[in-house]
Design a protein around this ligand. Structure first.
Ligand code: SF4
Ligand code: SF4
Length: 507
């Protein structure tokens, strides 16, 4: 007797195939990496096993006659406000497997999205708005430690700047591509990110998987990451980038490490990560040499020493309950740039319970960190970059008004390349060719096309940012940074407004 486990009986998606339109071309069968579609030779027709469908929409998008429609399965269970179907299905899965529930991408749970509860100001009558099509609008962004004051000396009566600046990154837009490791995404996507970063005058981040030899040429647009596993970290790697980032935590999985399964560690990835082919790449939860701010300082200065004090050092943490105090310690430890990764941040793989229940919204962390550093008089000593669920140019502008110097975009960048947020990155079977190292699937992303899409995205956001600035009568991003008077709250509790440091709309 055929027995189908109960957790496989309740798929999340249904597939409707219109027999009037289906021409039996089998594109769906070839495109689906989950083996959902089958061709029945005897009946000469296509069938499907819906329980395997992850809702990536690849087959639907590529069907030449539009014969397929993927829908969320209507509720399989009796209504129950407490026991929503997701909880029931998760228990079925765990009862069958005894395993941790895994997922990919960022936290999709319905927590408040503070970006949507803040509105921007605009000029009316006095302080007129500026037309960005006719007047210059400065988006140039510098990241790094700034001196407390500028000293000028006179050489034969000619003033000269005496202050020596520590290394700075210069960006043409207040945007960076987030850390995504080679291995969690494939080389084609990394090449696309690197080329787009070069074309836009911004930087991308290697993530914790090292730097493939073919990407050293993009060094001035690269942030090289040092994480707890130290994968792919060596002297040439550190010197190859324009900045070094120490990853302490990640918004999608604060407090835990990472795991890239051995089956994803092919020859090229094993060489780049400097680990044996086929072995699991497990990053420990903590850095085993960091148990205090003093230890962090030692690593920061070890990396500065290794790069001749020529590159700013970023330190990235997940946004958690006491981020402000931690950030203060990071600045005092010598970090040039602080990265705050909120709980909406994406990932290739994370335990579902951690992703959905740990960390805090980055908007609140950003406001409290910026406040704390200002109160302590050390805000100039480090830039702040925020990450974790930045969806559009308005989010960027609001983040800068709240106190950020720049933002990281990760999920938005992958969506630009084709990601449909199916959240199955951890399977290694990404049907869109992104979170996969399968050569057959990886070919679905062409580096040049990916670079073009990413470049378009950055430039489009740049235009929109200029328009929003112009509407506020501001002609340079620098004048918006930390200018919370340009934000007003809608539908927020006074306690939330207090943390964000903004007034209610109408106030
Ligand atoms: S997993 Fe994706 S490609 Fe496969 S049937 Fe579902 S939507 Fe189509
Ligand atoms: S990268 Fe691929 S597997 Fe991951 S969410 Fe996007 S489409 Fe799905």
């Amino acid at each position: 007797m055929l027995f189908k486990p109960i957790h496989q009986s309740y798929g999340d998606f249904s597939i409707e195939r219109d027999p009037q339109r289906c021409i039996g071309c089998q594109v769906c069968l070839r495109q689906c990496s989950y083996g959902v579609h089958q061709y029945n030779d005897r009946l000469c027709e296509l069938t499907q096993d819906e329980s395997r469908c992850v809702g990536c929409h690849r087959c639907e998008a590529l069907c030449p006659t539009g014969a397929l429609t993927i829908r969320r399965t209507p509720s399989d269970f009796r209504e129950n406000a407490l026991w929503e179907p997701t909880y029931i299905k998760n228990i079925y899965k765990q009862a069958a497997t005894g395993g941790v529930l895994l997922t990919g991408m960022g936290n999709p749970a319905p927590y408040p999205i503070y970006w949507d509860r803040m509105l921007l100001d605009a000029s009316q009558v006095t302080n007129p708005s500026i037309d960005p099509l006719r007047e210059p609008m400065e988006l140039k962004t510098f990241l790094g430690c700034r001196p407390d004051a500028l000293e000028v000396e006179y050489d034969g009566g000619v003033p000269r700047l005496k202050t020596r600046f520590t290394p700075q990154l210069e960006l043409d837009y207040p945007l960076l591509f987030s850390a995504m490791s080679y291995g969690s995404i494939n080389l084609n996507v990394h090449k696309g990110l690197a080329r787009a970063a070069e074309a836009c005058g911004i930087l991308y981040n290697t993530g914790e998987g090292g730097l493939h030899p073919s990407l050293y040429t993009y060094g001035k647009n690269t942030i090289v990451q040092v994480a707890s596993g130290r994968f792919g970290v060596h002297a040439d790697y550190l010197r190859a980038g324009a900045a070094v980032e120490i990853k302490i935590g990640q918004g999608a999985k604060p407090g835990i490490g990472g795991h890239l399964p051995g089956e994803k560690i092919g020859r090229e990835i094993s060489l780049t990560r400097m680990i044996p082919e086929g072995s699991d790449a497990i990053s420990p939860a903590p850095h085993h040499d960091i148990y205090s701010i003093e230890d962090l300082r030692q690593l920061i200065y070890a990396l500065k020493e290794a790069t001749d004090y020529e590159k700013p050092v970023f330190v990235k943490i997940a946004a958690v309950h006491n981020s402000a105090a931690i950030a203060s310690g990071m600045v005092r430890a010598g970090a040039d740039v602080i990265c705050l990764d909120g709980f909406r941040g994406g990932t290739g793989a994370a335990p579902t319970m951690i992703r959905n229940n740990v960390g805090i919204p980055v908007e609140l962390a950003l406001a409290s960190v910026d406040d704390r550093l200002r109160q302590e008089g050390i805000r100039n000593q480090a830039s702040i970059v925020v990450a974790g669920g930045i969806r559009c140019s308005a989010d960027v502008v609001k983040a800068i008004a709240l106190g950020a110097d720049a933002v990281y975009i990760g999920t938005a960048a992958l969506i630009a390349v084709g990601c449909t947020l199916c959240q199955r990155c951890y399977t290694g079977k990404c049907p869109w060719g992104i979170a996969t190292n399968d050569p057959y699937l990886a070919k679905r992303v062409h580096p040049d096309i990916a670079a073009e899409k990413l470049t378009n995205l950055v430039k489009a956001w740049g235009h929109e940012i200029q328009e929003m600035l112009g509407g506020m009568g501001i002609n340079a991003l620098e004048s918006l940074r930390g200018n919370r008077d340009k934000l007003r709250a809608v539908g927020l509790h006074p306690a939330e407004m207090e943390v964000l440091g903004i007034k209610p709309a109408g106030g």
